[in-house]
Design a protein around this ligand. Structure first.
Ligand code: DLZ
Length: 158
């Protein structure tokens, strides 16, 4: 959880394994593209910062966050990845749709982690408004994409 006490881009670089021999799959949602594009940029930059080759970072897009589970599942079936990262942003609206999407994606990714051999990293921003999403995709709270990249590298090494 991003709080005023924790910046999503702050981490101990010494504690991150070398990622030069690792291969990652990223599934990114087109909904709230301004935000998910910034998440993707942070993720890719941080993976490369720790040695991952650009050709070993495979990015696929899906229409919305609800489709992230399907995309990640397909990547686990394809194999060849050390870890998979999903990136999405769901912003609360006036209907319960927000809750259904968040619950569906969260349960789906948890299920994949419990049943597949490849770790799937949860990069879903769930915010009350656009400003909170901006704050967490390269703004005042850092970038969730940086955090996801570090988690993916650590889980690949697990
Ligand atoms: C329909 C919908 C709504 C209302 N809001 C969002 C959102 O804030 N973020 C997001 O990633 N996707 C949203 N979607 C689209 C759903 O995730 C999904 O693509 C559609 O319900 C079709 O399955």
């Amino acid at each position: 959880m991003a709080t005023s006490l924790h910046n999503l881009s702050d981490y101990d670089t010494q504690a991150v394994p070398d990622a030069s021999n690792m291969c990652f799959g990223i599934v990114v949602s087109e909904w709230n593209k301004e935000i998910t594009g910034a998440l993707l940029e942070g993720t890719v930059n941080t993976l490369e910062k720790h040695g991952t080759l650009p050709e070993n970072i495979h990015v696929k897009t899906v229409p919305g966050s609800f489709e992230l589970v399907y995309g990640a599942h397909q990547m686990t079936l394809n194999g060849g990845y050390d870890a998979i990262i999903i990136l999405g942003c769901v912003i609360r609206g006036e209907t319960p749709h927000f809750d259904y999407i968040c619950q569906g994606v969260t349960a789906g990714i948890a299920h994949l982690n419990a049943t597949s051999e490849i770790p799937v990293v949860y990069g879903l921003l769930t915010t009350d408004n656009l400003q909170q999403a901006k704050d967490r995709s390269g703004g005042t709270m850092g970038n969730k994409g940086d955090e996801c990249a570090v988690v993916a590298i650590k889980m690949a090494k697990f």
